[in-house]
Design a protein around this ligand. Structure first.
Ligand code: ADP
Length: 239
């Protein structure tokens, strides 16, 4: 996120991939795609491809980690070696540990964890193809998978990023904008209450730009929320 590049990321209000500043990438969602997980979802978001699978609530292993008053939400975010241009070294790294942590914190805000003491709810997010914004795509897939598994939640979690590239505040950065832009602002909300359950920022923006980016990301989340409801309804109709 150097912000230093000769590439013109936005010209006459049009971005390198043809989008307007406040436009999302095309999004496709599918629920219940894995036979062996209790709940699952596949999300394609621009060139990102992510699968989420959910197990639980189930007895916590190892037992010493169990919480006698509530269920523990454990998220494992993983990027496949073939998900990026140069092969990614397999296995966890600092970035995946961080994304797993913030994702489990965000999901814990909406899951009725008090109903299932001493258990764990295990969520696995696999990024098959990455093109910036994968934490938002992964969280959205995880939330759909939890709903598919029938895990009681007060709300869905919906995620979307905004940021700054080519000097403009824009919605849903793709890889070139993330690489050569000035800032990235991923957000996740619980749309029914409006609670912000994740907010991070990488790069630099003025206060005014931050506020604009915040509103853009929030409204982006609301658009994604509508798609999530449609995808969940479509699954229900199928059954
Ligand atoms: P997010 O995917 O949530 O935007 P980052 O900002 O950390 O998270 O990453 C931005 C993008 O950079 C990723 O979506 C991916 O395309 C790329 N990327 C991240 N980690 C690696 C890596 N280890 N190797 C190659 N590309 C990576």
């Amino acid at each position: 996120m150097s912000g230093k590049s000769d590439i013109k990321l936005i010209e006459n209000g049009v971005r390198l991939d043809g989008r307007k500043p406040d436009e999302l990438r095309p999004i496709k969602m599918e629920i219940g795609i894995l036979k062996n997980a209790q709940g699952s979802a596949y999300v394609e978001w621009g060139k990102n491809k992510a699968i989420a699978g959910v197990y639980g609530p189930r007895v916590m292993h190892p037992k010493r980690l169990s919480n006698p008053t509530e269920s523990t939400v454990r998220v494992t975010y993983n990027m496949a070696p073939f998900s990026v241009e140069d092969r990614k070294r397999p296995g966890p790294d600092r970035r995946s540990v961080e994304i797993s942590k913030i994702s489990s914190e965000a999901l814990s805000k909406v899951i009725e964890t008090h109903l299932y003491p001493d258990t764990s709810i295990d969520v696995f997010i696999e990024i098959l193809q990455a093109d910036a914004g994968t934490r938002c795509v992964g969280l959205t897939a995880a939330s759909l998978a939890l709903a598919d598994a029938g895990v009681p939640m007060r709300d869905l979690v919906v995620a979307c990023a905004a940021g700054k590239a080519g000097g403009e505040v824009i919605l849903d950065l793709f890889k070139d904008e993330d690489n050569f832009g000035e800032a990235d602002l991923p957000m996740a909300i619980a749309p029914r209450t409006g609670e912000v359950v994740l907010l991070q920022m990488d790069g630099q923006m003025t206060n005014e730009e931050f506020e604009k980016g915040f509103d853009l990301a929030y409204n982006g989340c609301l658009k994604v929320y509508e798609m999530m409801k449609q995808a969940l309804l479509a699954k229900e109709v199928q059954q």
